[in-house]
Design a binder for this molecule. Structure first.
Ligand code: ADP
Length: 280
């Protein structure tokens, strides 16, 4: 079966300083539609820079970028089109929210992509309801908590019915309650068939949640594969300062001691590991 590739990056270069230095240096990558992909790598590796090339905010210096089989162009029309297809939720909601009220904020993108007032109002109501924004829907955006701002910035993106959603460290600075809400929203996206790309430093989350893990290092793709394969590459983990997920480390240690069979599928979480252990 041929793969349904939604995102293809070929040898991308990007420079913030007129091609004196490059923050992306030949990054190549293919992502299949509907996958959950975790992006990892040290601060400064190029994850955010890459994300911002995907909706045209960062215009690539060299290389080729295709979304849904179409090469990215930078005309006004192409940019409006790509921004409705690829939604980016920034790490800091204050960089994203600029309207006075929650309702205005969520309407903005919908109206901008050509919905009528009526269609936009309906789409905004639906977002407010599904993303659990109702309790603070009438507040001005500046009066919201960090977690509530995050919910609104996700609604900003979701109201445009995107095919790809990118979340830059979504759990950063969230309290446990909002982490649960955001994770629920992410699962909702996945259920709708949206391709979700998340950058995170949390190896345990990436290991359990993702279908695929991409490790970015020095402006390139260093590793791209299934979580258990990527997180079994000790040399790569050391080079990029990534720890092995705790469950995988414990599983490997029990296999090494001969307590668990080495042909078992590596467990995704503690619950599955406990089941393995209970069968010993
Ligand atoms: P990551 O998201 O993996 O932490 P970034 O994409 O933010 O990495 O950074 C990649 C490189 O680009 C770093 O060297 C960083 O200093 C540089 N960089 C990022 N944003 C800017 C900017 N707005 N202006 C100049 N340099 C930047």
């Amino acid at each position: 079966m041929t793969k349904d590739i939604i995102l293809k990056a070929e040898d991308l270069y990007y420079s913030y300083d007129d091609n004196n230095t490059y923050s992306l240096k030949g990054l190549s990558l293919e992502i299949e539609r509907g996958k959950k992909v975790a992006f990892m790598g040290a601060n400064g590796a190029g994850k955010s820079t890459f994300f911002l090339t995907l909706n045209g905010i960062n215009r690539i210096s060299k290389g080729k970028l295709s979304i849904d089989g179409k090469e990215l162009g930078y005309s006004k029309k192409e940019l409006i089109d790509i921004r409705s297809k690829v939604g980016i939720v920034f790490q800091d909601p204050d960089n994203q929210l600029f309207s006075a009220s929650v309702r205005q904020e969520i309407s903005f993108g919908a109206l901008n992509m050509g919905m009528t007032e009526e269609e936009a109002a309906e789409a905004v109501d639906e977002m407010i309801e599904t993303l659990e924004i109702t309790p603070f829907k009438d507040r001005p955006t500046h009066a919201l908590s960090g977690g509530q701002k995050k919910q609104v910035s996700i609604a900003d993106v979701m109201v445009m019915n995107p095919e790809i959603v990118i979340l830059d460290e979504p759990a950063a600075a969230l309290d446990p309650k909002h982490t649960v809400i955001v994770n629920k929203i992410i699962n909702m996206m996945v259920d709708k068939g949206i391709t979700v790309l998340i950058s995170t430093h949390d190896v345990n989350f990436a290991y359990e949640w993702a279908d695929e893990v991409v490790v970015i290092h020095d402006g390139r793709t260093l590793r791209h594969g299934k979580p258990d394969e990527v997180f079994s590459d000790k040399e790569m983990l050391e080079m990029t300062n990534l720890a092995q997920p705790a469950v995988l480390e414990m599983f490997n240690s029990l296999v090494k001691k001969g307590l668990l069979a080495k042909d078992l599928t590596p467990p995704k979480n503690l619950k599955i590991l406990e089941e393995y252990i209970s069968l010993i």
